[in-house]
Design a protein around this ligand. Sequence first.
Ligand code: CMP
Length: 139
Amino acid sequence: MSLTLAIIKPDAVGSGKAGKILAHLESAGFTVRALRLTTLDKTQAGAFYAVHAGRPFYDELVDFMTSGPVMPMVLEADDAVAKLRDAIGATDPAQAAEGTVRRLYAESKGRNAIHASDSDENAAIEIGFFFSMHERLGL
Ligand code: CMP
């Protein structure tokens, strides 16, 4: 078993889709190991997406990710990083496969419902960004 980080983004939380997305992920075989509802400020969102700093969509991404509550969560499964990326689909919902979270629930490439870590190394960093040591002791 391994861990990854998902974030249900402000578009999906704000339109009441968080429960459906959570149920979808549980049905796909993930176990939720930690979860919270929080609102990021610009410094926090900018730091989380620092890898994208300087790209044309960066300011829009930070504005969007601070526009309302988000729901970060630690998910566990066999090969969790790859499995979650399969389950959520392509960044652009128009190109995401049938039955994926983004195909079902995302609005656009920017407002795309969910984030997922892209490697085991980044999953560890991103889990540490949102969850404190005491919340991770059981992981
Ligand atoms: P995410 O998986 O959270 O990682 C980076 C995010 O940047 C991505 O999802 C999209 O929401 C966003 N993003 C990537 N490309 C674009 C783009 N061309 N325009 C707007 N947002 C983008």
